[in-house]
Ligand binder design. Structure first.
Ligand SMILES: [Zn+2]
Length: 234
């Protein structure tokens, strides 16, 4: 009987290395038995990762079942308005959001982003069709969704395509966030008041400008940049 010199675990006569800590077994009184079969399996057992196709089927069934059950409930039991259409819209939107996981090799991040924007626009169109007042869809929701999608596409082009430093990418993302917020407030203001005046987006804009100035200062100072890289491990 051998024991591991490192962790003390009792070892099988066929063990050439400790099964727990992988320390080599060396016992001059009892060499490793090679003739008898080892009690441990030689092939490592591993559960196969879930395939994209199986995940697609599962998520499609979950979302489809939810939508169908809600429509049936709406038609036969809880007949208050057309509430189930919201659920149907959300399920459809979620399905579109999951597309990159369903078809990981076939879709690009830019197509996914455009599809997500389109699905949000369609869902909001459904909501506006259920609540037809104030023209909020054409004047507020649709311009914001289009603008947000376009700006996110620009951010992703910067982050994924350009081989620029992490600091530059972060600065561009902050600037884009500021632009999205200012544009959102502008669209809402122009619709509700007819003129544009910076209010809440001014706070976001100020924060983003301050962060951007700090980031660009770090970027331009070689020593600071090296220190950040060392501390953040990138
Ligand atoms: Zn051991």
């Amino acid at each position: 009987m051998s024991y591991c010199v490192n962790c003390g675990v009792e070892l099988d006569a066929t063990a050439a290395a400790c099964p727990l800590c992988n320390t080599k077994v060396y016992n001059p009184n009892q060499p490793v038995a090679t003739e008898v079969p080892t009690p441990y399996p030689t092939v490592k057992g591993a559960v196969e990762p879930v395939k994209a196709k199986e995940f697609t089927i599962l998520m499609t069934i979950i979302l489809l079942t939810t939508a169908v059950v809600c429509v049936l409930l709406n038609v036969f039991t809880i007949q208050i308005g057309r509430w189930s259409l919201y659920v149907v819209g959300i399920c459809a939107m979620l399905w579109v959001f999951f597309i990159p996981l369903f078809f990981p090799e076939k879709t690009s991040i830019y197509t996914n982003l455009a599809l997500n924007g389109l699905s949000i626009a369609l869902f909001l169109a459904l909501v506006s069709w259920l609540h037809p007042n104030n023209n909020w869809y054409e004047h507020i929701a649709l311009p914001i969704v289009i603008l947000g999608t376009l700006l996110l596409e620009i951010i992703f082009i910067f982050v994924f395509m350009l081989k620029s430093s992490m600091i530059v990418k972060a600065a561009v993302s902050m600037a884009a966030i500021a632009v999205i917020c200012v544009a959102t407030e502008m669209v809402i203001d122009l619709h509700l008041r007819g003129y544009f005046y910076l209010r809440w987006s001014a706070i976001v804009l100020t924060c983003c400008v301050v962060i951007d100035i700090i980031l660009m200062t770090i970027y331009l100072q070689e020593g600071l940049r090296a220190e950040i890289r060392r501390r953040m491990h990138f």
